[in-house]
Ligand binder design. Structure first.
Ligand code: SAM
Length: 286
């Protein structure tokens, strides 16, 4: 390892290190971020890809470490993110392709990986306003579902995703991959069921819970009058009584055919685009 200090335009000093050894302790720590325990202890997570890292920096996320493959050195955008990382006091690692492949556990790894501070927004600070839609997920288990929902919520123009109860980690590698970068754009909150219901009651938003036994066709609900919180049930168990009873409306998406239910992420997408139909347009926003 050859540390090379760089004094940045902001006067702060960041470091660029060259790493080729898989046993390097910093690389070991980064590899450990595939485990929830290591993410929880460090409060960080990993995001792969140059575009994601650029977006995250633009959105003001705190970068701890930037890792890039030696072959990417000299590419203007890679040099720019490296300079930004150093300017913000982060560490930059220039590594061999073998090292970046083990960090991401992929045969065809991305050339750039960023390690960022995790970020949750406090639910008590969320005050739904006119035209806003939130998604609340009861005990979501599947990282692919959660990532897809965060991405879909972003695409539909929702204002945040609330994780209710024990859920899968929004900052796991699998979830972050499935968000395709939306993890940096979509605020994520977490709460237990009681706190969520208490917040919802005082929020001024209508709580629309989706349920296979719901009596209300989801297309007949007025989503314009008040902001909405769309509450979705767990993949296996559906919504528990406690949450269903707390809802203003119990909505169902009519189905035909033999399937018992829709996949959670698909059902959330259908609800989101219906709830925001009046706000979405092909015309560019003025
Ligand atoms: N076995 C579960 C049950 O009995 O509810 C199925 C859960 S389903 C896979 C996951 C969640 O997606 C549901 O709790 C509900 O929020 C939503 N969902 C799926 N299909 C739906 C439908 N046709 N109408 C309303 N919500 C639906």
């Amino acid at each position: 390892m050859k540390p090379e200090d760089r004094t940045t335009p902001t006067g702060r000093v960041g470091q660029v290190k060259e790493v080729t050894s898989l046993t390097n302790p910093i690389i070991k720590d980064i590899r450990a971020l595939t485990q929830k325990k290591a993410r929880d202890e460090s409060g960080t997570f990993m995001a792969e890809g140059l575009k994601l890292v650029i977006d995250a920096l633009d959105l003001g996320w705190t970068i701890r470490t930037l890792v890039y493959a030696k072959a990417a050195k000299g590419k203007t955008m890679v040099d720019e993110v490296a300079a930004k990382t150093v300017a913000r006091g982060g560490l930059v690692l220039e590594v061999s392709e073998k090292v970046i492949a083990t960090v991401t556990r992929r045969d065809n790894p991305q050339m750039v990986v960023g390690i960022f501070d995790q970020r949750y927004r406090a639910l008590k600070d969320v005050k739904p306003g006119k035209g806003e839609t939130y998604v609340a997920l009861d005990r979501v288990r599947d990282p692919g579902n959660l990532g897809t929902i965060i991405r879909t919520a972003d695409a539909a123009g929702a204002s945040g995703v609330i994780l209710v109860g024990e859920t899968t980690d929004p900052f796991s590698l699998e979830t972050v991959r499935a968000t395709m970068g939306s993890v940096f754009a979509m605020p994520v909150m977490k709460a237990n069921a009681g706190d969520f219901l208490a917040w919802s009651r005082g929020s001024g938003a209508q709580l629309v819970a989706t349920h296979l036994a719901g009596a209300v066709d989801y297309r007949t609900i007025d989503y314009r009058a008040r902001p909405s919180v769309l509450l979705m049930g767990n993949e296996q168990a559906g919504l528990p009584e406690e949450l269903a009873r707390g809802a203003d409306r119990l909505a169902r998406i009519p189905q035909s055919g033999r399937a018992d239910s829709l996949n959670l992420a698909i059902a959330t997408g259908i609800m989101l685009f219906e709830a925001r139909r009046h706000l979405l347009s092909l015309e560019p926003a003025s």
